[in-house]
Design a protein around this ligand. Structure first.
Ligand SMILES: [Zn+2]
Length: 263
């Protein structure tokens, strides 16, 4: 366990972005009675210890989806809410130490992470079903879970109805990730993108699961346009899988998709 892989950014008096290795973001929201941790990242460090330095409130953990870079540290907590559709053997296996090391360690080399830094077995972590519409009452602050399938079937965003913040995990990101494990066909993402853009236009600040966490309404609108352009250029699925960036790779904004998984 190495606590130095975490950095904390205070977004406001009661909200923190916790960055793990410059790769993943999870978010800690404080109410007066409880705290909510949205996602728990990979688990190169001991997250409960870090949380104790930020709050003494009891912490509920809830995940936007069940990829190993969002629920990898789940075994460090008594339980966590996971979208019901993703409480499956397949996602459980993705979260074993073996797969987290295999799939994630290479992406964190620059931060000095090695396979040995990824520990703990998530296979037996207690995953509680997270249903669409569930409301977390933190005391003076309510947060609603909203399904936005696309990146995964159970993809969920969390709307802070009190402070007007929206936490999206990978449902939207500057590099829109539509070519990872169990992504739905690209076309299925459009309603999610539209819903999130509508919430952004209503004045909810959007915070996502990667990079510095920020994504603007302008980029959300651009990504919707890009996805529609991709679908009009490729009217049917290709036979071979391929990772493709549109219009080209840019960390500032693009769509990553698979020509064999459009429809
Ligand atoms: Zn993901």
């Amino acid at each position: 366990m190495n606590q130095s892989f975490y950095t904390v950014e205070k977004l406001n008096e009661t909200t923190f972005r916790i960055d793990e290795c410059g790769r993943d973001n999870c978010y800690l929201l404080l109410g007066t009675e409880r705290a909510l941790l949205i996602d728990c990242s990979i688990g190169t460090g001991h997250l409960p210890t870090l949380l104790l330095s930020l709050t003494k409130l009891p912490v509920t953990v809830a995940a936007t989806h069940a990829h190993g870079d969002h629920v990898g540290a789940g075994y460090q907590f008594e339980s966590l809410f996971v979208p019901t559709e993703e409480i499956t053997l397949n996602f459980r296996i993705q979260n074993t130490r073996y797969y987290r090391r295999k799939l994630l360690s290479n992406t964190m080399k620059k931060a000095g992470v090695t396979k040995k830094n990824i520990t703990g077995c998530n296979f037996r972590a207690r995953w509680l079903p997270l249903e669409d519409g569930k409301v977390f009452d933190l005391g003076g602050r309510t947060v609603r879970a909203i399904r936005t399938p696309g990146h995964t079937a159970g993809g969920t965003v969390f709307l802070d109805e009190t402070l007007h913040m929206l936490f999206t995990g990978d449902s939207v990101c500057p590099v829109l990730p539509m070519n990872t494990y169990r992504c739905l066909p690209l076309q299925s993402w459009l309603p999610a993108g539209e819903r999130i853009l509508a919430l952004a236009k209503q004045g909810n600040a959007v915070f996502c699961g990667h990079g510095d966490g920020r994504i603007s309404p302008e980029l959300l609108l651009q990504q919707l346009t890009w996805v529609r352009e991709i679908l009009s250029q490729y009217p049917e699925n290709a036979k071979k899988h391929s990772r493709t960036y549109y219009p080209a790779f840019s960390a500032e904004g693009c769509v990553c998709f698979d020509k064999a998984n459009l429809y």
